[in-house]
Design a protein around this ligand. Structure first.
Ligand code: SF4
Length: 222
């Protein structure tokens, strides 16, 4: 198991955050722009980004995704994705407890700012997971390829899949615990699994949305 500490908070512009909040470029009211800029500074200065990860063998057998020594990953959609995989990369990344505290303080004080802070922190946690994914997949052996990243709660993988993640990783190493409802504490934490296998086969199978007929899904990835 690898623990990575002192990760620099991901670089993110106010324009990007505003766009993800639904504002077309340059169309957000001045007050909202100002709240987002202040929120970004606040989250950046309070984030203590840490991650824990592990590579572990996986096999799709008898219609189940079996993670060596840790039971099964229960998702019908992901069976096809992981079928060519030999391993999974499992990780948890967190912005740390101070960001949660900052949002909670704002909730007592200024709900508009708390809403913006929460949105900024969520985007930053997502960006931290993106950079984690790049780092992990950038270190694969020659000839290996990676699937997209999947988190418990994504598509038909129930949020209870978090139990599998926490049976593989020791969240305490980075101060992250799982609640009774399979959420994470600190809240601005993300977990995920990425399948690894022969590059040409994984390139074909790595995106579950390619095999899915649900045209109206808002979470479809290309
Ligand atoms: S399109 Fe939607 S429902 Fe289908 S696999 Fe992708 S995320 Fe899941």
């Amino acid at each position: 198991m690898k623990v990575i500490e002192n990760i620099a908070p991901p670089d993110m512009s106010a324009e990007f955050v505003l766009e993800t909040m639904g504002y077309a470029a340059g169309r957000a009211p001045d007050r909202v722009q100002s709240l987002v800029r202040t929120g970004l500074e606040g989250v950046r200065s309070h984030a203590l980004v840490k991650a824990v990860c592990r590579r572990i063998p996986v096999e799709v057998s008898g219609g189940r995704i079996l993670v060596e020594g840790h039971g099964s990953l229960d998702s019908r959609m992901l069976k096809k994705v992981f079928s060519p995989c030999t391993h999974v990369l499992v990780f948890v990344v967190t912005l740390g407890p101070e960001v949660d505290r900052l949002v909670a303080e704002a909730e007592n004080d200024n709900m508009s700012f708390a809403f913006v802070l929460d949105a900024v922190a969520s985007r930053m946690a997502e960006a931290a997971a993106d950079s984690m994914e790049r780092e992990l997949t950038g270190a694969l052996a020659p000839g290996e390829g990676a699937t997209l990243r999947y988190s418990p709660g994504y598509c038909d993988w129930p949020v209870e899949g978090q139990r599998l993640v926490f049976s593989i990783l020791d969240g305490d190493r980075i101060g992250v615990s799982m609640t009774g409802h399979c959420l994470m504490q600190p809240r601005k934490s993300l977990s995920g699994v990425i399948g690894v296998g022969p590059r040409h086969m994984v390139a074909e199978a790595g995106n579950a949305c390619k095999f899915c007929k649900r045209e109206d899904c808002d979470h479809r990835r290309d």
